[in-house]
Design a protein around this ligand. Structure first.
Ligand code: SF4
Length: 225
């Protein structure tokens, strides 16, 4: 399925600003484009739920940066000054819910899958853990839709994310917004926006295994020089 086309079709058929969206966000850089794009259509509440981030200090840094970005976007919406942003002026205020930080739940979920490479089975389980909590929170809060920023990363499997989202939508009774945010130059735009707002961009996904994989790759590169 072309998830971007699916999203375009849906966005073309709903009145701007009427529907609420619970948007799972993994970090500020990935949120930057998704929020710029989706705030034109939805009343967004960001759901920052990321038990995959192993270190408390790293978690705090990413959570603080997410809040800083939202405050910046809310200033724009309040002042009506969208200079340099892709906006029709319809963008609305964004709210945030910070989920429970529970890295022990992540480690329980990842048990037996520690050796998987990034993108493998451990990651699929990690997507589901985060999306399940998002769907549950969306149902509880009576949101019209839920989705995640995760598909913006070239390292994330959009097909798997959309399959999981669709399955959880049926289970919790809240529609999943199908998407592949890396399309339409979404990833490139997230880099531009991150530079513009000086956002902290981590160079690994979040868990201790992705950090080790990053270190391994760096060491291999050093050897080749
Ligand atoms: S690499 Fe990223 S997606 Fe995969 S398990 Fe670790 S934190 Fe989750």
């Amino acid at each position: 399925m072309n998830y971007q086309k699916e999203l375009d079709r849906l966005l073309g058929g709903i009145p701007a600003g009427k529907n609420s969206l619970l948007l799972h966000c993994c970090c500020a850089p990935c949120s930057s484009y998704c929020l710029e794009y989706l705030r034109e259509y939805f009343r967004i509440t960001v759901f920052f739920f990321n038990p995959n981030i192993t270190e408390q200090a790293e978690y705090d840094k990413r959570a603080a940066e997410e809040k800083r970005l939202i405050a910046l976007y809310n200033e724009q919406a309040q002042s009506g000054n969208f200079d340099g942003m892709h906006s029709t002026g319809a963008a609305q205020r964004i709210e945030i819910i910070e989920g429970r930080y529970c890295p022990q739940d992540f480690f329980e979920m990842a048990r037996g899958y520690e050796q998987c490479r990034e993108g493998g089975e451990r990651c699929l389980r990690c997507y589901e853990q985060r999306l399940r909590e998002t769907a549950k929170t969306a149902a509880h809060g009576k949101f019209d839709f839920f989705t995640t920023t995760l598909s913006i990363s070239p390292l994330k499997n959009a097909e798997a994310l959309n399959e999981i989202g669709g399955r959880l939508a049926e289970e919790y009774g809240v529609p999943f917004l199908h998407s592949d945010f890396k399309k339409k130059n979404g990833y490139k735009r997230s880099i531009e926006l991150s530079a513009r707002f000086g956002l902290y961009r981590q160079d690994y996904c979040g868990c201790v295994y992705s950090k080790a994989e990053r270190e391994r790759k760096k060491a291999e590169c050093r050897k080749q020089i």
